[in-house]
Write a protein that binds this ligand. Structure first.
Ligand SMILES: Cc1ncc(COP(=O)(O)O)c(C=O)c1O
Length: 377
């Protein structure tokens, strides 16, 4: 059967499956972005974004993908005389470091893909250097690893650093209580755990971060302007209006389910997925203690290729999963299970994974993966 982009089981680590309610919300004629109707949309979006981030801080919604949010945070907070500390244990931590280097001076702590950072090394740098910004990726999507945010947040506070967190694949799927953890800037993207279309970056910004920002270094991405305007239900420039409408519906759905319930549901699907990995004699990429609840990264056994598994899942069974990124292309695959993914999709994915693994010659007890998932249902 030819792969049908309109009808498949979509298990990427973002973008994710979008509910028809969210799609329908965009199916409307243009709305004046300065008119009262859109002001109301923005007011509700502001409240729901604060709910999502578990914060009373200001928030901003930028028309741009998650990287625009990361760029905005670093560009506003750093100048060439100021230092950042970033943690690189995957593609997105690396990106945070690249941004910090463009705008300021950066010290990068680098670890192998799948390994957590060394808290002692973080503390050592914080204690010796004048670090203005400590920035990290909470959930490293490229490796399926969740970094120990509460412990790192404590270190940032102990040494007075501004804490910037890329929560792009954690916020809305893993608990990220911004106020409780004292996160100064938290960033997420519309296309991940919120399950809206790609194209918007959401940020929470603390008073401390706002006061530490440079006013004249950015124009479109000036975060102060964005948060101040949103207090009045406005945006500084013409926003991606229809994406805002979709985001509003997706956040309403998240609130209907309840943030806590969504996080719990995501965790139990992730546990089931990890149990299936064990049952199929496969191995997780990250250190198990840090395995992510929104994306599971699984090593390819010796002799089994990405084409055998990911390729066949898509072409023969219409199931879309993610591969691995450079410099580890072809070494592992990733199953995304955030947003609206349910047990039924995970079951189908694991059942078809069993079929393609068996065809590729991998040995395991037939049905063991499916049975492992069922234990959690
Ligand atoms: C953890 C993380 N950070 C940053 C990004 C970049 O976001 P975007 O592709 O929306 O710019 C991604 C995207 O996958 C991500 O997973």
């Amino acid at each position: 059967m030819v792969f049908d982009p309109q009808d498949n089981i979509f298990m990427l680590a973002g973008p994710v499956k979008i509910h028809p309610r969210v799609l329908k919300a965009m199916n409307t004629p243009s709305i004046a972005h300065r008119g009262p109707e859109f002001t109301e949309v923005n007011r509700e979006l502001r409240e729901l974004t604060q709910y999502l981030f578990q914060t009373k801080n200001d928030v901003a919604i930028l028309s741009g993908s998650g990287t625009a949010g990361m760029d905005a945070a670093m560009a506003n907070l750093l100048d060439k005389s100021e230092k950042a500390l970033t943690i690189n244990n995957g593609k997105f931590g690396e990106r945070m470091g690249q941004l910090a280097k463009i705008y300021g001076e950066n010290i990068e702590l680098k670890y192998p893909w799948g390994s957590p950072p060394d808290l002692g090394e973080i503390e050592e740098i914080l204690s010796k250097e004048d670090i203005k910004v400590l920035a990290l990726t909470h959930n490293e999507t490229s490796t399926g690893l969740t970094n120990p945010l509460p412990e790192i947040a404590k270190l940032a506070h102990k040494y007075g650093a501004i804490l910037v967190v890329d929560g792009i694949t954690s916020v809305g799927g893993i608990d990220v209580p911004v106020d409780k953890l004292g996160i100064d800037v938290c960033i997420t993207g519309s296309q991940k755990c919120i399950a809206a279309p790609a194209g918007l970056a959401l940020l929470s910004v603390s008073k401390k971060a706002l006061e530490a920002m440079h006013d004249k270094k950015t124009y479109y991405l000036n975060l102060k302007k964005h948060v101040e305007k949103l207090r009045d239900g406005q945006t500084p420039y013409t926003p991606a209006v229809h994406l805002h409408l979709a985001l509003l519906e997706a956040l309403r759905m998240l609130k209907e389910e309840g943030l806590e319930n969504r996080i719990k549901r995501t965790a139990s699907i992730a546990e089931a997925c990890r149990a299936a990995v064990d049952a199929l004699n496969l191995e997780l990429l990250p250190d198990r203690k840090y395995a992510s609840n929104t994306v599971t990264a699984i090593k390819y056994p010796e002799g089994i290729s990405d084409k055998d598994i990911r390729g066949r899942l898509k072409s023969e069974y219409g199931i879309v999963i993610a591969g691995s990124q450079a410099p580890h292309k072809g070494e592992f695959f990733r199953i995304g299970h955030m947003g609206l993914v349910q047990f039924r999709e995970l079951l189908a994915t694991i059942a078809c994974l069993e079929v393609v693994l068996a065809k590729a010659g991998w040995k395991f007890e037939k049905g063991a993966g499916v049975a492992a998932v069922e234990e959690y249902m």
